[in-house]
Design a protein around this ligand. Sequence first.
Ligand SMILES: C[S@@+](CC[C@H](N)C(=O)[O-])C[C@H]1O[C@@H](n2cnc3c(N)ncnc32)[C@H](O)[C@@H]1O
Ligand code: SF4
Length: 454
Amino acid sequence: MIVPVMEMARTRMTASDPRRASLLGRAREASATGETAGYIAEKPKTLPIFKHYQPAAGDPDWQRLLAEAEEIVAEARPMLERPRRGLAELGRRTAAYRQALGNFRKNRSLARQGREDLRPLYFIWTLLRNCNFGCEYCDDHQGRRYPELPKQGTLDTEQGRKLLEIMRTGTCSVYFAGGEPTMRKDLPELTRAARDLGYFPIVINTNGSLFHKVLRRESWRTFLADIDIVVVSLDALRPARLNELWVTERSQDVLRNLLVLWLLSAEMRFKLMVNTVILPGAAGDARAVLDFANDMGIWFCPVPVNQGPTVAAELAGDREYDELVAAILDRKRAGYRVTGSLRMNERLLRSAPLHCRNTLKPHIDHDGRLVWPCKATVNVKPRYVDVLRFSSVDSLYEYASAEIDPTGFHGPGADQCGANCNWAQNYTTDAYAHGLTHPRALVAEVVSFLGRGR
Ligand SMILES: C[S@@+](CC[C@H](N)C(=O)[O-])C[C@H]1O[C@@H](n2cnc3c(N)ncnc32)[C@H](O)[C@@H]1O
Ligand code: SF4
């Protein structure tokens, strides 16, 4: 029996539609018998033989989690829309690369004039401030905890679409963050809008705790097809430790859902990463994630924890941290999946002094306001500029630059940021700024971020 899943994809059906119930029933039946409609049945994926990762006391039962993940995938897979291929997809990527190249040329010219109002590489959108976790280290770079920040003014779907349209005039990549972005019911509509506007890459940073629910909803069937990179936060492997750190009881859901994404990433053609915050005295937790991710072929993205704008001082001189850094860099040299170039990782993990270029990765808050020129400034309060009042990134940047000129803003003076910050995102902008005079290094960076690696 071939299940006509594409019928569901082509015809909009509400949750109460009897045709949907019937199709879902047939899809479940088919997946139980190994058939999938419009899909080539994937070979069952087993856990690899672990080479680096050594399960320790208190680690998850990966076999059990994989069995649960397979059940979720079997139910979700027949509903999922396939990612686009062919000319449409080629067109999206080509247009995005063209935009990135145009921005590169413009930025090189601005940099030659000594200007720092560089055009964005991507933008980070805090879709909402709500979160179902309460991670003890999580703040808005001004020391305020996300779940405790006011939530009013969150953009609705139409406003969100408009924001995407405006930002697309000056950048090709969007990074959905929060709060927890998967808590927004309209996330698939926003990712579809981003896809239709030709954004590439479309990235989401998520705690991953809700995928077992949302991927089984018809309204989410397009989501994975539209996403290019899924970044799941994972700071340790032991559920008890994670529950404590994230202030939740749902860490097993995250670990299992990571396996769900691992099972689906190749066929749905998205890149799967884990983002690992490294905490003082807990380098062993990050080491376990590094080993596990490397064995599983999941991209590993290390982030020394920030306290406000700077990396936690206790990490400097911590022997375990230094050993972890050496291991991460060795793996990178050996070709394992560690996000970013070797140069960028060396600078990030050793907190090399940097001159940040914040306008390369503007932050837009839940209410559609651009936080200018930087979210972590200490001496000068950032300006909040309503993006929806503008028709283009050029006009937005012109207005914002007249409010606070980003050129010369980085520094210790009373009229400068005073933050001397070294958060992870700034090393991306640092690498890009380096690339303005060393284009080959920039190409290596882009390949490392977008490439599939070994
Ligand atoms: C604010 S969260 C929002 C997205 C989503 N809720 C999540 O946890 O992935 C974005 C990323 O920032 C990281 N993060 C939060 N607080 C941090 C801090 N103090 N230092 C470094 N990274 C931090 C999180 O681990 C997460 O990967
Ligand atoms: S899940 Fe993400 S947004 Fe929520 S508290 Fe943790 S780091 Fe912050």
